[in-house]
Ligand binder design. Structure first.
Ligand code: 4NP
Length: 150
């Protein structure tokens, strides 16, 4: 799960997926990262932590890290939140098999539309709730899509 700072959108996506796979007994390795290094080592933004907590999802144990080239070999699928993340991740890729692993998160809800999960960082508090609702739906659909593939 990849966003810009790894303190708002992608940690929430990580927390949601970890909680959903646990209740479905799926043994997936899930992590998140930011394309920027501004917040490396920091916990998620308190506004995001509190919004997730209201819905029973704990993000307080997470620490930001920067996306790096090893992630292409360490993971089967890489999900980005917006087109800027997509470009930055693609710049670090070195072959078509890496590039084929990169997907837009919201394409599980709106296939092929490459829609963005809006960056809530500089916006209003209700932006965090909107991001929660979007990512809650997208992560649910992601799990349905990938488990139906099998
Ligand atoms: P995120 O949000 O990419 O969802 O973690 C942001 C967090 C921090 C900044 C930008 C976006 N920043 O500019 O510091």
């Amino acid at each position: 799960m990849v966003c810009l700072g790894n303190i708002c959108r992608s940690p929430l996506a990580e927390g949601l997926l970890k909680s959903k796979i646990q209740s479905r007994n799926l043994n997936w390795t899930i992590d998140s990262a930011g394309t920027a290094n501004y917040h490396t080592g920091s916990p998620p933004d308190l506004r995001m932590v509190e919004t997730a907590q209201k819905h029973g999802v704990d993000l307080s144990f997470l620490k930001a890290r920067q996306f790096n080239k090893n992630d292409f070999s360490d993971f089967d699928r890489i999900y980005v939140m917006d087109s800027e993340n997509y470009r930055n991740v693609m710049k670090l890729s070195s072959n078509p098999s890496h590039q084929a692993k990169v997907f837009y998160m919201l394409d599980h809800l709106n296939p092929g539309e490459n829609l963005a999960v809006p960056d809530p960082y500089y916006g209003h508090l209700n932006g965090f709730e909107a991001v929660f609702q979007l990512l809650n739906n997208a992560t649910e659909q992601l799990i349905n899509d990938l488990t139906n593939d099998k």
